[in-house]
Design a protein around this ligand. Structure first.
Ligand code: ATP
Ligand code: MG
Length: 386
C-alpha cells in the first residue's frame, strides 16, 4: 500500500466566492512559500486543503513552528496520505493500533466517494474495534479521535491530532497600513491584530532624543523585529518629535499638550501614508485607558486626518492586551523601562474632554506645516526582517 507522511494545512474564513477565493488561496500559498524559504518541500492544493509534502522529516517541527505564524491557516495535521478507495482506507485503518476510547471523525469532501461521512465513520469504527481488542467507542469524550478525510484529489488523509494555528486572513489580502508604534505594550498588539486581518504593516515611531534615550529607540526596533516574525518585514520610519514637543511646551496650554501632540502625530502619519501608499493608520488606543483616549480626545485627534484609523484594542482591558502581548512575544520587550516621548514634559492634569475648537485655537500659536515637514525630513527609515 502506498502511503506517505504529509502536513495537511487547513484554512478558514476564505468563504469568498469565485476569483476572489482563488486569489486568496494563491496568496496564502505564496505566503507559506515565503515563510518556509530555504526548506525543501512542495505544496499541493486540493479544494479546501493545502498539502505540504516532500519535506525532510527532521525539519518537521521547525516547519510546523513557522507555519503556525502564517495568518489564514487555522490548523495543521501530521497526516498519512493514502489512495482514497474504501478497500485501501479499510486496510490502512485496520493496521492502526488504538488502546482505550476512540471515535472516528470522517469528512467526505469528494461526493463521488460511495459512502456518506456518517457511514464511513460507522464502518471504520467497526474496523478499529475488530482489529483492537482494547478499543472502545466513546462519541463524547474519546481519548483518541481518528480523523479521516477523503479529498477531491482522490487521496485520503488520516491523522489524530490537530495543531491549532492563528487563523485570520492571508497577510497582504487587505492591503498595507501604518502602525503608530510606541515602546509600550499596546501598539505592538494592535499591529499584530490588524496584520492578522490581512494587513501588511509599516510602522512609525516618534522619539524625542535627547530627552528620550538611544535605548528607547533600540527597544522599538526590537519590537518591530518581534512583530516581523508575523509579517515578514516592517519598514520602520523613525521620526524626531523633539522640536514639536518643545514648541508645544512653550506655546500651548499644558493641559492640551498631549492632545496637540497626538494631532501632530496623526498628521505626520497621514503624510507618510500618502507617500508610501498606505490605506490606514493603526493605533493601540483603548477607550478610557488614559485622558488622551476618552471618546472626546479620540474625536479631537481623529479630526485632523481623513484616512481610516484602526484601533483594534478600543474595547480591550489592559489585562486582555497583556495576555496577547505575552502570547505573541512582545511583552518582555515592552516592559523594559525606557521612556516614551509622550512622557516628556507630561502635564499633571491633561484635559479629559478636549474640544476641536480649543485645539485649533491653540495650534494657531504653532507653525504646524513647518513642524510637520521638518519632522518628516528628520525621518530615518529601516527595513526590519525577521
Ligand atoms: P502603548 O502601550 O502602545 O504605548 P499607551 O497605553 O502608552 O499605548 P499612549 O501613550 O496614549 O498609550 O499612546 C496611544 C497610542 O498612540 C499608542 O498605542 C501608539 O499607537 C501611539 N503612540 C504613542 N506614542 C507613540 C510614539 N512615541 N511613536 C509612535 N506612536 C505612538
Ligand atoms: Mg505609550
Amino acid at each position: 500500500m502506498e502511503k506517505r507522511k504529509v502536513l495537511l494545512l487547513k484554512f478558514g474564513e476564505l468563504f469568498l466566492k469565485g476569483k476572489n477565493k482563488r486569489d486568496f488561496e494563491k496568496l496564502l500559498m505564496n505566503n507559506i512559500k515565503s515563510k518556509l524559504k530555504g526548506h525543501d518541500f512542495s505544496l499541493e492544493y486540493t479544494s479546501g486543503r493545502i498539502i505540504l509534502e516532500n519535506y525532510d522529516e527532521f525539519e518537521e517541527s521547525i516547519l510546523i513552528e513557522k507555519l503556525r505564524t502564517v495568518f489564514g491557516l487555522i490548523g495543521i495535521a501530521k497526516a498519512v496520505e493514502i489512495d482514497g478507495d474504501y478497500e485501501n482506507i479499510k486496510n490502512y485503518v485496520s493496521s492502526i493500533s488504538i488502546d482505550g476510547t476512540f471515535r472516528v471523525s470522517a469528512k467526505r469532501a469528494d461526493k463521488r466517494f460511495p459512502m456518506t461521512s456518517v457511514e464511513l465513520e460507522r464502518n471504520l469504527g467497526e474496523v478499529v474495534l475488530n482489529s483492537n481488542k482494547n478499543a472502545k467507542v466513546d462519541l463524547h469524550t474519546p481519548s483518541v479521535i481518528l480523523y479521516v478525510e477523503v479529498r477531491f484529489n482522490g487521496k485520503c488523509y488520516i491523522y489524530h491530532e490537530n495543531i491549532k494555528c492563528l487563523g485570520g486572513l492571508p497577510l497582504g489580502s487587505g492591503g498595507e497600513a501604518l502602525l503608530l508604534l510606541s515602546g509600550g505594550i499596546d501598539s505592538p498588539v494592535a499591529g499584530y491584530l490588524m496584520a492578522k486581518r490581512g494587513l501588511k504593516l509599516q510602522a512609525v515611531h516618534f522619539h524625542s532624543y535627547p530627552y528620550t534615550s538611544e535605548q528607547a529607540k533600540e527597544k522599538v526596533i526590537e519590537l518591530a523585529r518581534e512583530l516581523s516574525s508575523y509579517v515578514d518585514e516592517i519598514k520602520l520610519h523613525i521620526v524626531s518629535f523633539t522640536k514639536i514637543q518643545e514648541q508645544i511646551h512653550m506655546n500651548c496650554d499644558a493641559e492640551y499638550m498631549i492632545t496637540i501632540m497626538r494631532r501632530i502625530m496623526m498628521r505626520i502619519a497621514e503624510k507618510i501614508c500618502e507617500r508610501e501608499n498606505l490605506g490606514a493608520i493603526i493605533t493601540g488606543e483603548s477607550l478610557g485607558q488614559v485622558a488622551s483616549q476618552t471618546m472626546q480626545s479620540i474625536n479631537v485627534t481623529n479630526s485632523v486626518v481623513s484616512l481610516p484609523v484602526f484601533r483594534p484594542l478600543i474595547s480591550f482591558d489592559k489585562e486582555e492586551i497583556m495576555d496577547i502581548a505575552k502570547s505573541i512575544g512582545t511583552y518582555e520587550t515592552s516592559i523594559l523601562p525606557y521612556e516614551d516621548c509622550c512622557t516628556v514634559f507630561l502635564p499633571k492634569y491633561p484635559v479629559i474632554k478636549p474640544t476641536i475648537k480649543r485645539a485649533e485655537h491653540l495650534e494657531r500659536f504653532l507653525n504646524i506645516e513647518l513642524l510637520v515637514s521638518e519632522a518628516i525630513n528628520s525621518e530615518e527609515v529601516m527595513v526590519i526582517k525577521n
